[in-house]
Write a protein that binds this ligand. Sequence first.
Ligand SMILES: Cc1ncc(COP(=O)(O)O)c(C=O)c1O
Length: 372
Amino acid sequence: MEFIDFSIRDTDAILSPGLVIFRQALQHNLDEMIRQSGEIARLRPHCKTHKMAAVIKLQLDRGITRHKCATFAEAEMLASCGVIDIVLAYPLVGPNLRRAVEFKTAFPLVNLRVIADHEQPVADLASAMQKASMVVDVLLDLDSGQQRTGLPPGDRAVALYQQISNSPGLRAGGLHLYDGQNHQTHLDERTEAVLQCWALADAFRNQLEKKDLRVPRIIAGGTGTFPVYAAIDDSVLELSPGTNTFFDAGYGELYPDLDYVPALRILTRVISRPTHETLTLDLGYKACASDPALSKRLAFPSLTGPEVILQNEEHLVLQTPDAHRYQPGDTLLAIPGHVCPTSALHKEALVIDDGRIVDTWPVSARDRWLTV
Ligand SMILES: Cc1ncc(COP(=O)(O)O)c(C=O)c1O
């Protein structure tokens, strides 16, 4: 993005490998998300990408009041920032059923909503809530084809929604549909796939309503798909992108139609120059997510044709015709291929504005639990 300056005037104070967030890029991404949503009240961004209280505060300042998370630590971070409408979009089982009660006890003003796709955890959650004289909203997790969690629309899903609705301690809170399978690069193909998912959800909602079961909300979409859902005129629809807050090299390649900018980068240093064409950086897979293939794990905008040839825990070796221009100690900025698990590997990030370090933001919810 040409209008944003990604230089840092003085890198001496920055330990590497370290996260840096370019404030203008982050602001651009938040504004673009709001623009694409068409209506800010429909947004329910997922905080798993950043896990940072400081980012939640920026979203709250812009008027984004509904939020989504995947862990109790993230829910607690959201609650501590003053968010009162939280969807924990991860099926609760085992001790997490008890944590729902503990969370509601610790944060009585928060409207915690959870998701479910199976009869037994729903029964267990109902009895935990009843015992504590509490009520929690439960959204039915609908599988639109990803086959990760959720039930496909059908009789069993109707019966589960009915069970939620009939259970003291639970309130039927609508439908949750994350279409993580829709990664089509071509916008027309993605749009068609999303509209098929929506048709499933819409027909299923009609089936529920015919049985007098209310569907107060349908939460759908991620970074690549929420703009398509945003064009659908339906008052219960909420949009839940996550990655677009920081964006990354992976989504940049996958979704050329989107106007987001990689706002979080990793500052790394050359630690060795083993050959004339190779550089070794202090950027091992303990500092960046290693789920993308080696060739897509990191992007280096300032290098010509970089090819990562080896990554160990603390080392990264890459080949580039520019190698001879670098000396040990020189810095580079890398864009993560997958930003969400990358931010969780770091304790904090430095915020850069106008080339200067202006703040330090803790990665508040990187742990699995905080107090609850
Ligand atoms: C349940 C759920 N909702 C929303 C999102 C956000 O999607 P994206 O990262 O594509 O923005 C994710 C991402 O993994 C997710 O798992």
